[in-house]
Write a protein that binds this ligand. Structure first.
Ligand SMILES: Cc1cc2nc3c(=O)[nH]c(=O)nc-3n(C[C@H](O)[C@H](O)[C@H](O)COP(=O)(O)OP(=O)(O)OC[C@H]3O[C@@H](n4cnc5c(N)ncnc54)[C@H](O)[C@@H]3O)c2cc1C
Ligand code: SF4
Ligand code: SF4
Length: 473
């Protein structure tokens, strides 16, 4: 599809709108986007992607004034299923830019007022979903929504008296599950291995996308409705399933995410200057690591790799090269993520892969790479990258970020937990109960690296599953 340019002048605004309307006419109204959209599952009264697209063809100015535009979470599920290949989240991003320009933030505020009725960390959720940085939304708008929201929250006064439930992990899924269970009257304790609660919100999603202060203040609010959060407490190390059962926890929700980063399997991965993606992003967000003047190389082709590369540029790297061993066609990252990384100045190089990490006194200074060509399809159906003999070359690098995928850390799961070969927890999809009675799971540890709306949907289902389990056992 043709590229829709950035909004610059008023005349260009009309041209962009015309272009989106003409693309919207290609919609066959098959409804697959709506059927696959997690935001429809969360906000069925507010958002229907194919309805919005048809409105765009009828009255685009009305769409710009409306609040429906602010619900898309840019997850790309619809794009992957659309028979016309329409890049829905990209239209939405462009329309949001126009909407703010023409109508200010009143429609965004209206969407937010709906979000806050369901999500206990609404500003965090909104920020992650709408990507304020992509539409150049002034950060003060998000800050204002946050301070207004904090002042409006009614503190829960009555203590919960129901059975005790343990929630492991305080990311998108754990917090949502805890909130739902507390609403049902359960006494909830969250056990979190890190010092800060919040999971990926606190440790991985870059500060310019999601300020840590907002995340922590929203989580702090959850403590007041009677949810206890014990940080620095790792399940499997500091507490076990048996102990929780002895302490009368009637059910457990495992929401431990996917934090085990895959390795390249080449020598030198332990060198100074070599990071896995999650450690790298945490070093930027929590330790304010300086990258000024550094040459950064990122390996990988997924959304997290793009986020790490874009963040490297934002944090001052002199250059950031992202190496992907296949072509753009096979790249799993969403188009918006790729565009964003390129806009930040990341140089994406295809059909190249690292084969050696070199350094002085175990400190990285060079990466040895090889050119690749595509061979026969592998088990994933994608053509296998095959090294081109004699094509070795050297890249100078101060920092290497290995971003080739994450999976759940299975070591902390109770022994009897049934998992897939990727380490994800197998659950009953209706109740989210695992192979262990009374132990439920939701979020990235069930789905593999996924999205915040997916984690929320799973956690709400798990809360209902726990409630049914307790009422019937
Ligand atoms: C860089 C990056 C950018 C992203 N951007 C987006 C985006 O724009 N939009 C979107 O929808 N999604 C995005 N995601 C994905 C999203 O963050 C995840 O899908 C979501 O956070 C999953 O929530 P979760 O609760 O399952 O896991 P997590 O958020 O990972 O939380 C799991 C928690 O469990 C804790 N834990 C783990 N093991 C233990 C243990 N043994 N004991 C106690 N605690 C434990 C962890 O410390 C962590 O706090 C992004 C992810 C990354 C990495
Ligand atoms: S999936 Fe594509 S063609 Fe079908 S309704 Fe949605 S946008 Fe239209
Ligand atoms: S990108 Fe995701 S959230 Fe947005 S309309 Fe498509 S499926 Fe829904």
């Amino acid at each position: 599809m043709s590229e829709i340019p950035e909004v610059k002048t008023r005349e260009e605004t009309d041209l962009i709108l015309d272009e989106i309307v003409s693309q919207a006419y290609q919609c066959m109204e098959c409804g697959r986007c709506t059927g696959s959209c997690p935001m429809v599952a969360l906000f069925p009264k507010d958002f229907h992607p194919h309805h919005l697209l048809s409105e765009i063809t009828k009255d685009p100015e009305k769409v710009l004034r409306g609040y429906e535009l602010w619900f898309c979470a840019s997850c790309y599920k619809c794009n992957n299923r659309c028979p016309q290949g329409l890049e829905y989240p990209y239209f939405i991003m462009q329309l949001r830019r126009l909407a703010v320009r023409k109508n200010g933030v009143t429609p965004l505020r209206k969407a937010f007022s709906r979000i806050r009725t369901i999500i206990p960390y609404p500003v965090t959720f909104l920020s992650v979903c709408i990507h304020p940085e992509r539409i150049n939304l002034d950060p003060s708008i998000i800050e204002k929504l946050h301070s207004e929201n904090l002042s409006r929250i009614r503190k829960e006064k009555s203590p919960a008296t129901g059975p005790k439930i343990g929630v492991v992990g305080s990311g998108a899924a754990g917090l949502m599950g805890a909130y739902e269970l507390r609403k049902m009257g359960y006494r909830v304790t969250i056990f979190e291995s890190q010092s800060n609660p919040g999971g990926m919100f606190s440790t991985a999603i870059p500060e310019y996308r999601l300020p840590l202060k907002i995340v922590l203040e929203e989580i702090d609010n959850l403590r007041h409705p009677g949810i206890e959060i014990r940080t620095d407490t790792a399940f499997g190390r500091d507490i076990t399933l048996d102990q929780l059962r002895k302490d009368n926890y009637m059910a457990i929700l495992l929401s431990t995410g996917a934090h085990a980063c895959k390795e390249l399997g080449i020598k030198g991965e332990d060198f100074e200057g070599v990071f896995n993606t999650l450690d790298f992003l945490a070093a930027l967000k929590l330790k304010h690591k300086k990258l000024t003047g550094k040459r950064v190389v990122v390996i990988g082709g997924g959304n997290t790799a793009m986020d790490a590369a874009a963040a490297a540029m934002r944090y001052g790297a002199k250059e950031t090269i992202l190496l992907y061993r296949r072509t753009r066609e096979e790249m799993p990252a969403d188009m918006n993520e790729i565009r964003e990384a390129e806009k930040e100045g990341v140089q994406i190089r295809y059909l190249e892969a690292p084969v050696g990490i070199h350094g002085v006194k175990s400190k990285l200074n060079q990466l040895e790479c090889m050119k690749m060509q595509l061979g026969e399809p592998d088990l994933t159906g994608r053509r296998r990258p095959v090294p081109v003999e004699g094509s070795n070359f050297i890249l100078a690098a101060d920092i290497l970020v290995i971003a080739i995928g994450e999976k759940p850390q299975t070591e902390s799961f109770p022994d009897e937990t049934a998992t897939s070969k990727d380490g994800t927890i197998l659950v009953n999809p209706m109740s989210m109960e695992t192979s262990i009675p009374g132990v439920f799971a939701a979020g990235d540890n069930v789905l593999g690296p996924a999205t915040v709306p997916d984690a929320i949907i799973g956690a709400r289902r798990a809360a209902t599953g726990i409630d049914n389990y307790i009422k019937t056992s």
